[in-house]
Design a protein around this ligand. Structure first.
Ligand code: ASC
Length: 231
């Protein structure tokens, strides 16, 4: 049991480390290699898009998914942990919405068309599914009205949808990184491997490592919170 606890703590600290290093990388990217951050309709406003996606839609969503697995929270009530799970997801959702507003606002100011790329189709689909997942999750599991048979019947779909959306968000973020490098790098171009290209490729690998660890932690049955009565 103590060996298993150590393995959990190792996996969790590794996940958090990859997540925090990803955040440092995306901030370094926009502040050092790009135009910085501002809300001015220009490139610095666009830059909020990758920053808020990595902080909110990737990192906070990932932590929210595994919050029940933390053994040091097992003495907290289930309801408190439901608020932590839902609250982190809600914060992730709000940051993702601001990230979407930043990119639409930038496109409109620069007269760039919206919603033409596969990246944008998948990203908006993920955001819409995430909002549905939030509403259903709150309605079924947080508000004490749904009968326990409904809660149990929907739980496999809730778990599957959560992991599916999280995976889709990371895949979509990787497409966004690739798109941006192809659009933005000119003289030297992406294919000439300037330092920024290598740096952002590494950011992509870090996002994959974070996602892989979150999915691992979430899919170990023996790392689940000991079960108790709902609510
Ligand atoms: C809840 C809750 C659970 C599930 C379970 C049905 O509201 O806290 O653990 O639903 O009762 O799968």
């Amino acid at each position: 049991a103590i060996e298993d606890y150590k393995q959990f703590v190792f996996a969790f600290l590794a996940a958090v480390s990859f997540g925090l290093i990803s955040i440092i990388f995306v901030l370094t990217w926009v502040l050092h290699y790009r135009e910085g951050l501002a809300w001015d309709g220009g490139a610095a406003e666009f830059n909020w898009h990758p920053v808020l996606i990595v902080v909110g839609f990737v990192f906070l969503q990932g932590i929210a998914i595994i919050v029940y697995r933390l053994p040091w929270t097992w003495k907290c009530s289930k309801l408190i942990m439901k608020f932590a799970h839902a609250g982190l997801h809600l914060l992730a959702f709000i940051l993702a919405v601001i990230a979407f507003v930043a990119v639409f606002d930038f496109h409109n100011a620069a007269k760039i068309p919206n919603m033409y790329s596969l990246h944008s189709w998948l990203g908006l689909s993920a955001l819409l599914l995430y909002s549905l997942q939030l509403v259903l999750g709150i309605g079924l599991y947080l508000i004490p009205v749904a009968p326990v048979q409904w809660r149990a019947a929907f739980m496999p779909l809730h778990v599957y949808s959560g992991l599916f959306i999280f995976t889709a968000v990371i895949a979509t973020a990787l497409m966004g990184l690739t798109e941006k490098l192809i659009f933005a790098l000119n003289n030297p171009k992406y294919k000439d491997s300037p330092p920024e290209a290598t740096f952002v490729n590494v950011l992509g690998l870090l996002l994959v490592a974070f996602g892989a660890l979150i999915l691992w932690i979430a899919t170990r049955p023996h790392w689940k919170r000991p079960s108790e009565q709902a609510l």
